[in-house]
Design a protein around this ligand. Structure first.
Ligand code: FAD
Length: 393
């Protein structure tokens, strides 16, 4: 089997499908190839099955990239409102959960159905279970050799995602294509990922496994206020996933539990009002019981509040609100929601996502060195970069 198209898109994920829709709408003949058995598998599992499909506050500040300005153009040309309008046209009900994060009321599958319906309406063809064995640049475009034969096109769009969750078919294929064409790749690493702790510390914290608390996690000048979760491997929860994208091996993070409460002031007041109360009882008013118990025991505190000096109370508060901890690592690509780094934006045109030195070759979505925060930003980048490439391919 061979075939000639205007545009071949490699990868039927969020970015690839959006690109195929826009290119098809422009009258381009489009073929989308994917080795998976179904399109949009990451969309299906995203947001706990309800897909956090965008964030109404999405802007360049919510993305990590060697060039923080790169994402501006695409994000401005396809906005959260544009995606919301598409969702609305398909009658998909949604709600804002928190912090501008929009989720489907019902199922992430509604988003996949919307995208495949739009692709069909735009005349884009989708071929699944297709292994890609080679890519060649030829006069007039590109030839893609696959398990289903060879296909040619004048434009080739690489939308094969990053390395996160290899069990779901993530391959890092885009980086190999970049290498083949001599394009630089910014070092990749797992992002939005739980952090692990060394075995000794983990053992000490084992009674806390499963406990969640509001927290602020700080790393240098970056801080996120969301939930913190103690796990049997280390630390997780949205606040940790967010900071993990900024953290590097060997560095400390600072954990502030209940950042809206001045725990030292609260303990001092508790001592004045009821000196016969234990520190554990006082703390259990604001912290989960097990956490209050653990903090007090690990500080070696016993007796009544009246027996504790202000200095001691300050130390106790600091273990809860100024806990400096050095994670031993992260859970890696196995559980990371995204891959940081990727195709160097310096070699791409920010308006089209086309490689500056290689006409007709485009990179979009997660494989590019643009990574969003947790909260719908990564899909917004996939839609936006896919859309602008679809306008140009
Ligand atoms: P992908 O969606 O990964 O698509 C890549 C496609 O390429 C896949 O279909 C894959 O099968 C195909 N492919 C890969 N290699 C090859 C190859 N060699 N040959 C052929 N085909 C190939 N982001 C949000 O904004 N909101 C969320 O709620 C959210 N939840 C998430 C939950 C989880 C568990 C995970 C892992 C991620 C989540 N993300 C979320 C991140 C989001 O899923 C990604 O940023 C987004 O899917 C990237 O889109 P993409 O099209 O670039 O890549």
């Amino acid at each position: 089997m061979t075939g000639r198209y205007d545009v071949i898109v490699l990868g039927a994920g969020a970015a690839g499908m959006m690109c195929a829709i826009r290119a098809g709408q422009r009258g381009r003949s489009v073929l989308v190839l994917d080795h998976a058995a179904a399109p949009g598998e990451k969309i299906r599992i995203s947001g706990g099955g309800r897909c956090n499909f965008t964030n109404i506050h999405a802007g360049p500040k919510n993305f990590l990239s060697t060039n923080p300005h790169f994402a501006k153009s695409a994000l401005a040309r396809f906005t959260p409102q544009d995606f919301i309008a598409m969702v609305g046209r398909h009658g998909i009900a949604w709600h804002e959960k928190t912090l501008g994060q929009l989720f489907c009321d019902d199922s992430a599958k509604d988003i996949i159905r919307m995208l495949t319906d739009e692709m069909r309406a735009a005349g884009a063809q989708l071929r699944l279970r297709t292994e890609i064995s080679g890519i060649e640049q030829r006069a007039g475009g590109y030839r893609v050799s696959t398990s289903e034969g060879a296909f040619e096109a004048s434009s080739l769009v690489v939308a094969t995602g990053g390395k996160s969750i290899p069990k779901m078919g993530a391959t890092g294929f885009a980086y190999r294509i970049a290498e083949q064409f001599g394009l630089p790749v910014v070092e990749t690493r797992p992002g939005l990922v739980p952090l692990t702790l060394d075995p000794q510390l983990l053992q000490r914290l084992s009674p806390l496994s499963g406990i969640a608390a509001p927290a602020e996690i700080r790393h240098g000048k970056t801080a996120f206020r969301e939930a913190l979760l103690f796990t049997h491997r280390g630390l997780s929860g949205p606040a940790i996933l967010q900071i993990s994208s900024y953290w590097r091996e060997g560095e400390d993070i600072t954990v502030v539990i209940e950042p809206d409460i001045d725990i030292f002031a609260l303990l001092k007041k508790a001592k004045q009002v009821n000196g016969r109360q234990s520190a554990q009882t006082a703390l259990a008013e604001i912290l989960p019981k097990r956490l209050a118990q653990h903090v007090v025991e690990s500080e070696g505190i016993s007796g009544n509040m009246a027996d504790l000096s202000d200095k001691r109370l300050q130390q106790l508060a600091a273990t809860i609100q100024a806990w400096s901890v050095k994670p031993s690592g992260s859970e890696g690509y196995r559980t990371a929601e995204v891959t940081l780094g990727g195709i160097d934006t310096a070699c791409l045109d920010s308006k089209t996502m086309q490689a500056k030195s290689i006409p007709g070759l485009f990179f979009i979505g997660e494989c590019v060195d643009v990574t969003g925060w947790l909260g719908g930003y990564n899909f917004q980048w996939a839609w936006a970069s896919g859309h602008v490439a679809g306008e140009a391919a």
